[in-house]
Design a protein around this ligand. Structure first.
Ligand code: HEM
Length: 451
């Protein structure tokens, strides 16, 4: 790929590239610091990682240009072919040519009228998971939150519930696939086909998840009842041009989209929120007061959301500070101008909600966890956490409601405290969650007695 500048200079290459592997090690080990360092080198910066050569967009304006123009910046390169192979050809991975059709198919499941009943399911599932904890228990927080969000996703969109073992397996597989897909993508062929442990995990998790999705379809086929959920909508949908029903492969691919895009991000946000509350007892105390007042005599419902003001700001601030999507890509479908440069057709573009939300000149306090910064107005470019343009997150409102109600339901009865001397770092995976976050669960009655 040659990138022709319209001016005198080439797009700068990020410093620290090694021969052959380029910036792979930094991307795999220290991705957030690496991304944060790029804007110092230009509005567009080139990086290399194994076979991947890409241009990282480092300004909000150019990021918006990329997101608005999905015709020029599409999901069409080798990387996206690989993603379609890994995750299925679905709403999240498909190219523009089939995106509108895919989006129309699933849109009804995200209509605002569906949200109040989803909210009830979310609260029931949160209560169910937290009811299994005991006072003083040490929780693997990301695992518990992963289990909770998997339960919510299955119950709301597919009216499905799984045994505890199958649930753990499914969340483990969602995470396993997301964790291995990036490394797999950065491998030179034929390394990606050798029987290495990472390749085995990648293939096994992908296989098991697709099997689980197909099982959900098979079970539904044996029932005559219309559940009124996403799965029913998919199973009764017909192609507007041919009149054909969706094939089982198409439905499986769509289920994969929601398992992959909906579970790990929301679980990571809840885990980071509980981590931040553990680090900020003052905010935890204010949250306890809010929850005790608003939910004094009933479990949370959709109607409580406007009153769970601080809870909502804690979630918004967690999404800002710990933006789970840090690396998303597009490919140019034609020669095009971006900023002062002309990019040839086929250039891989990286945009990063994390990078944009952590620009120093945006806000020098960007590393501080401060839910009150949202009181008067949202911070600049806050919406970028959900992407933008035609491919903006379809589950944005769903995800905010889910994490807000889950946090309120959990903290109504439990406060979580860090273990001593714990260092919590983000994982260097496609969705970064807090690594090794174990916390003590204390019942609120216990906490009240000790204060
Ligand atoms: C709660 C926090 C969430 C965040 C921060 C988030 C973030 C994002 C981002 C940045 C994108 C754009 C990807 C791109 O540009 O290629 C996206 C797309 C998507 N998200 Fe989310 N997401 C969240 C929750 C959810 C939930 C709960 C679901 C499903 C229940 C979901 C399903 C999807 C799907 C299917 C897409 C692809 C949309 C399309 O291409 O039309 N997300 N999300």
């Amino acid at each position: 790929m040659t990138i022709k500048p319209t001016g005198q200079t080439r797009i700068p290459l990020a410093p620290g590239a090694w021969p052959i592997i380029g910036h792979s090690l930094r991307l795999l080990r220290d991705q957030l610091a690496f991304l944060g360092s790029l804007p110092a080198h230009g509005d567009l910066v080139r990086i290399k990682a194994g076979p991947l050569k890409a241009v990282v967009v480092c300004t909000p304006e150019l990021t918006r240009q990329v997101l608005r123009d999905d015709r020029t910046f599409d999901k069409t390169d080798r990387l996206w072919e690989h993603m379609r192979d890994a995750l299925g050809n679905n709403l999240g991975t498909c190219p523009r040519a089939s995106h509108r059709r895919q989006r129309r198919l699933v849109q009804p499941a995200f209509h605002p009228s569906r949200l109040p009943s989803y909210a009830d399911v979310m609260v029931t599932q949160a209560a169910d998971v937290a009811a299994a904890w005991h006072d003083g228990q040490v929780l693997d927080v990301p695992a518990e939150m992963g289990k909770l969000i998997t339960k919510i996703t299955l119950a709301t969109l597919f009216s499905e519930s799984l045994s505890a073992t199958k649930l753990d397996q499914m969340h483990g597989d969602v995470r396993g696939l997301l964790d291995t897909v990036t490394s797999h993508l950065l491998m030179w062929p034929p390394l990606d086909r050798l029987p290495l442990p990472i390749n085995r995990t990648y293939r096994a998790t992908r296989f098991r998840l697709r099997q689980a999705a197909m099982q959900i379809i098979t079970e539904r086929r044996s029932s005559t009842h219309d559940h009124g959920d996403l799965l029913s909508a998919l199973m009764t949908a017909t192609d507007p041009e041919t009149g054909d029903a969706l094939t089982d492969t198409e439905i499986t691919d769509t289920i994969m989209a929601f398992l992959i895009a909906g579970i790990e991000v929301a679980a990571a946000i809840l885990s980071w929120a509980l981590h931040e509350l553990g680090r900020h007892p003052d905010i935890q105390a204010r949250l306890n007061t809010e929850v005790d007042t608003v939910l004094a005599d009933h479990p949370a419902t959709h109607r409580d959301l406007p009153h769970l003001d601080l809870t909502g700001r804690i979630i918004a601030e967690t999404i800002r500070l710990h933006t789970p999507s840090w690396l998303l890509t597009r490919a140019t479908t034609t020669d095009t101008r971006l900023g002062p440069y002309t990019l040839p057709k086929g250039t891989t573009i990286i945009y990063s909600p994390y990078l944009i939300q952590h620009l120093e000149d945006h806000d020098p306090t960007h590393q501080t966890f401060d839910p009150d910064r949202w009181i008067s107005q949202p911070p600049r470019d806050a919406g970028i956490a959900f992407g933008g343009g035609a491919r903006k997150c379809i589950g944005d409102t769903f995800g905010i409601i889910e994490t807000t109600l889950a946090l309120a339901s959990i903290t109504k009865h439990w406060n979580l405290h860090h273990l001593p001397h714990q260092t919590v770092r983000p994982t260097a995976t496609l969705v970064s969650r807090p690594d090794q976050l174990h916390m003590h669960a204390h019942t609120r009655t216990q906490d009240r007695r000790s204060t």
